[in-house]
Design a protein around this ligand. Sequence first.
Ligand code: ADP
Ligand code: MG
Length: 817
Amino acid sequence: MERGCVDLMGRQQRFSAFAAECWQAVPLSLRTEERSQARSFAEAFATYGQLSVARRQSLVRRCRQWLHDWQRSRQPSSPVAPPRLRLSPDSCQAPRRGSGRLQLDTPLAEMPGVGPKTAARLAALGLLLARDLLHYYPRDYLDYAHLVRISALEPGRTATIVASVRRCHAFNSPRNPNLSILELHLQDCTGRLRVSRFFAGKRFASPGWLKGQQRLYPPGADVAVSGLVKDSPYGPCFQDPLIEVLEDPRALVRSEQIGRMVPVYGLTEGLGADRLRQIVAGVLGLASAQPDPLPLAIRQHHALMERSGALVAIHRPTDAAQLQAARRRLVFDEFLLLQLALCRRRQEFRSRIAPVLQSPAGGTTDGTTGTASPTPTPTLVERFLDLLPFPLTGAQQRVLSEIRRDLARPQPMARLVQGDVGSGKTVVALAALLIAVEAGCQGVLMAPTEVLAEQHVAKIGAWLPQLHVSSALLTGSTPAARRRELLQDLINGQLQVLVGTHALLEDPVQFQRLGLVVVDEQHRFGVRQRNRLLAKGLQPHLLTMTATPIPRTLALSLHGDLDVSQIDELPPGRQPIRTRCLRASQRHEVHALIREQVAAGQRAYVVLPLVEESEKIDLLSAVAVHRQLQEEVFPDLQVGLLHGRLGSDDKQRVLTAFANGDCQVLVSTTVVEVGVDVPEASVMVIEHAERFGLAQLHQLRGRVGRGSAASQCLLIHDGNSALARQRLEVLVGSSDGFAIAEMDLQLRGPGAVLGTRQSGLPDLALASLTDDGSVLELARDVAQALIAADPNLEHHRGLAEALAEQRQRQLEAARLN
Ligand code: ADP
Ligand code: MG
């Protein structure tokens, strides 16, 4: 449900077909009306695919609720129902119908004071059991715990004052006979304040009621007033405040709200805020039902609140400081489970044995100026680096030596190399592959698109033959005969470096001795694909690379099982890329710029989000733009067209023509997003830029500025949305991929930043990957220490159980997906 109710394709059928079948197949032992309900669910699921998301959600919700009720109806009922109790805040210990007390697993429908209607509404929020309420965290709080003097009231904030009544006046509005007004004149030692409340309705208009109000607030009485402070011509004032008369200024407030932090929950139709607050308050006593899974020593050392206290305080904090402490603990727990799972995965991976990849010479060959160690013949990597027309940057050297160190160990390497676009990851990967080859192993380079795989092979083809290293390309469109030959060479060890796409994952691809797997642009692959390739070697080393810099918090959550290296330096001599936002109406400027650059010997990309004209969305398509540019705007130039639906040969032809200058303008979809490297391209035009994520735009922009010419990136947008414009301005102002990714995360949230391709985003109820970075780091440290001391968590049963529970939930979610 949380994932938007997609009708996912399972191994054999779609979710909807599966669900419809299940509902069809209910046992005959059910009662007639139960079977007819099941039939109607079956019918509903048959059309699931055509329903709107809201309807899908509602259907799934109704099913869950029905199943829940059905399950409950099967349980033996108690002979005599005790009377319903009105729910009061301390009633959580109240007897439960039939059997004893409220427990974590008590269905909410059996909770005292919750009737079937309310239970159904709670179920609509996904709340079925008492424990669900405990973890139904407030979305926000009204901070009435902010106690101030009258003179310190600030408009725009909630606050509470304690003051004494000078005068009270209750009267009918002179303009509206059905409106009554209560006016209190208050004062404390710092000033005076007039507080008004309005009462609409005949009931409040009677003289008796008005008198009663006046008696309630006699001069000299002390009152506590909570509410939102507004600005008015007479200074700050309260907007419709809560008021309670106190016995004396120091007396405890009886109200559940005045002077406190009041939780604000996500609501549903028919369930009011106060009612939900009351129901949640009813289960808070259960918070202490489970022992704290975190050892006392760790809690104390890191100043973490006790878990049960945190669960209560998140719902009913006494003040902001306590709330913060409670939140910190619960966020910590979410991250801790996540990190424990990652630590164990990592530990499991590391416990396998990998081939030791060390050049026979054994020299320290970092490609740096060969110092003292007199290696008689240069290693393969050294000879490769000599072939390059440039020296490695410092960052490239550093990362290469990190990789080299890993490869020389008998544990498999699991490393992620992050580097901004154009930072030169490919040569580092090639050097790593050559280390494997020199040690007598085979290496694989997997790229997410054919275009990119072919480009890698073209580069490799320029270098490896000179080093007498064999290489080949395997993609989905490799002809069968060539493929057979290639697979043969692979299994008998003739072929040393294989480059390819997903096709590498297929079963007939077998190696003689696979030593290293490099996954380029790894964010384009899921974890499962990565693992399939790994399973092909005994236990090859793994090097993953990404140019989509993701913020550290995300990296830790997703790749906590990988070591991370950063190439944080661009090769020298790169010209900065000038980025501008333009409106569609300024397109003629774009054409002029392209013309000017092409005249100077440069080339231009024009990128569009779509291949063909779509009826629904009013967008320019690549095909239409290509036609227009070629026929109307640049009839004298060669305009190429590249998109994912072209055959592999056609793609290659188009790209080659662009690379060698036969074609000067390339209209493309986002297939050029990753990896494509044409140094002469100096203009990047992106149409409908508002439709792309910032990180993706940054990637696209990275296609230019690779040569020595000054380059430009033009973001064309519709210009209607200020927010979209503001997002694009981030790109204008920054060329730092990490800063941009960080911004993207802030603006769009982790789900959108990672996109759907990147599965495995943790489910976090409270923790935020944008705001809780420091707690995440702490949880990671604690998880590592825990696993190091107690690998199977045998002495931390509570944690082991929580972890098992989480795993179970994920498996269930994965099955549904
Ligand atoms: P990315 O990190 O985006 O994959 P590439 O590996 O495609 O970057 O490198 C971008 C360009 O920079 C390529 O043309 C590559 O040959 C060149 N390059 C790589 N390393 C260096 C270097 N140290 N000095 C100069 N140019 C380099
Ligand atoms: Mg690359």
